[in-house]
Design a protein around this ligand. Structure first.
Ligand code: PA5
Length: 356
C-alpha cells in the first residue's frame, strides 16, 4: 500500500509537504498569538471587506462563514481588483495576502487608500508589507517560507484577531480555544504515519481514486467544499467540483442522473449542527446520487463551535488532497502554472498589458 510506505511517500513528496501539513495545528496556535502593529483604531466598521485571492482568500471564507450567524456587520470576501462600490470611509478593508505581492489585493489597498478607508494588512511581507510601512497602517506580520494555501491557520486566526480589535468579533474566545484543541487532536489522526485502515484522509483518497471529486457542503460548509476543490487542484493537480446544498438541488443535481455520474465521486461535508432542512436534503442526496455515482462518501466535522467544525473539515480536505497527490505520483508543493501566470503578468508583453 503506497500510502503506508514512507519511502514511496518521500519519493513523491520531494518538498516535504507532509511536514508542513503536520504542523498545521502549531501554525494555528502560533497565529492566534500574533497581533497587528500598530493596533488598529477601535472604530466599529459598517462593512468589512476582506481582499484576498486563492489560498489567502480561503482564510477569509472560513471567517466569513463563522461570522454569518453571529455578526451584525456584513463581511464580504472580495476576490478581484479594486473594491466594491459599497466600501467607503466607514468600512474596514483587511488585505489578506500571504506573499504580499498579489496584484488584485494591492489594487484593493490602493483604492482603499484613495477612498480614505482604514486598512489592515495580514501578510508575510512583499509589496503589501512595504505599503503598510510607507502609509503606517496596521499589519500582522506572518512567518515566511510557506505556500500560501498551506498557511491557512496564519491567515484565518489573525483575521479573527483584527476583527475583534475593531469591535466586530466573528468567533468567541471559547470557540477559538475549541478550534485549536480540535485541530490538534485531529492532526494526530491524519498524518502519513497513521495507517490507512485508521486514517480517514487516506481512506477517502483511496475511495476517490481517479474519479472526479465533487464536494458538497451545506450553506456554511459550502465555503469549505470550495477549499477542498482548490486544494485538490493545487496539491494533486486534479480537477474538482464544489457546490452547496440547497442551491445544487436546483441545478447541478441533474448531472447525477446522467451517464457521466459513474466517473464522479461525491463527498458530502456534514456537521451535527446543520439545520434539519439541510440534513433532510443530504439524506435525499445520498438516496438519489448513491445508485448513480461512482462513489459517495460522507465526512463529519469535529468540535462544538462553528470555527472548529469548519477548520476540522478544511484540515481533513488538505490531507485528502495530499494523499490523492501521492496516489497520482504528483509532488503537492509546486504550482508551476499559477507561478507562470504571475511571472508573465509581472513582465507583460504588449498582449498582456492592460489596455488604457
Ligand atoms: O495557493 C496559492 O499559492 C495561491 O492560490 C495564492 O494563495 C494566490 O495566488 C494568492 O497569493 P497570496 O496568497 O500570496 O496573496
Amino acid at each position: 500500500m503506497m500510502l503506508d510506505d514512507p519511502r514511496a511517500i518521500e519519493r513523491v513528496d520531494r518538498h516535504d509537504t507532509r511536514r508542513v501539513l503536520t504542523e498545521f495545528p502549531a501554525h494555528c496556535r502560533r497565529a492566534q498569538a500574533l497581533q497587528p502593529m500598530p493596533l488598529p483604531a477601535a472604530v466599529r466598521p459598517r462593512l468589512v471587506v476582506v481582499a484576498g485571492m486563492g489560498g489567502s482568500a480561503a482564510g477569509g471564507d472560513l471567517v466569513a462563514a463563522c461570522a454569518s450567524d453571529t455578526l451584525d456587520v456584513p463581511l464580504l470576501v472580495h476576490r478581484g481588483y479594486g473594491l466594491p462600490a459599497a466600501a467607503g470611509p466607514e468600512s474596514l478593508v483587511v488585505a489578506l495576502s500571504y506573499s504580499g505581492d498579489t496584484a488584485e489585493v494591492l489594487s484593493a489597498v490602493e483604492v482603499a487608500l484613495r477612498r480614505g478607508i482604514p486598512v489592515v494588512a495580514v501578510t508575510a511581507g512583499g509589496a503589501l508589507g512595504a505599503l503598510a510601512q510607507t502609509h503606517g497602517f496596521p499589519r500582522v506580520t506572518l512567518p515566511a517560507g510557506l505556500m500560501p494555501r498551506m498557511a491557512l491557520g496564519y491567515l484565518a486566526f489573525p483575521l479573527l484577531t483584527v476583527l475583534a480589535a475593531c469591535g466586530v468579533p466573528a468567533a468567541s474566545a471559547t470557540d477559538i480555544e475549541d478550534a485549536l484543541s480540535v485541530v490538534q487532536d485531529q492532526g494526530e489522526d491524519l498524518g502519513p504515519e497513521r495507517p490507512s485502515e485508521k486514517n480517514e484522509a487516506k481512506r477517502l483518497a483511496l475511495a476517490i481514486g481517479t474519479r472526479l471529486p465533487v464536494i458538497y457542503g451545506g450553506p456554511l460548509t459550502g465555503a469549505v467544499a470550495y477549499r477542498w476543490k482548490t486544494d485538490l487542484e493545487e496539491n494533486a493537480k486534479v480537477l474538482a467540483i464544489a457546490g452547496a446544498v440547497p442551491e445544487m438541488n436546483h441545478n447541478e443535481i441533474e448531472v447525477w442522473g446522467g451517464p457521466g455520474a459513474a466517473g464522479h465521486h461525491a463527498v458530502l461535508l456534514r456537521e451535527d449542527a446543520e439545520a434539519v432542512e439541510i440534513a433532510g436534503r443530504f439524506t435525499l442526496l445520498r438516496e438519489m446520487l448513491g445508485p448513480h455515482a461512482g462513489g459517495l462518501s460522507e465526512v463529519w466535522a469535529r468540535g462544538r463551535g462553528r470555527l472548529a467544525r469548519l477548520l476540522s473539515l478544511a484540515a481533513l480536505g488538505q490531507w485528502v488532497s495530499y494523499y490523492v497527490a501521492m496516489l497520482q505520483g504528483t509532488d503537492p508543493w509546486p504550482v508551476p502554472m499559477l507561478t507562470e501566470v504571475k511571472r508573465r503578468l509581472a513582465t507583460p508583453s504588449d498582449e498582456h498589458r492592460p489596455r488604457p
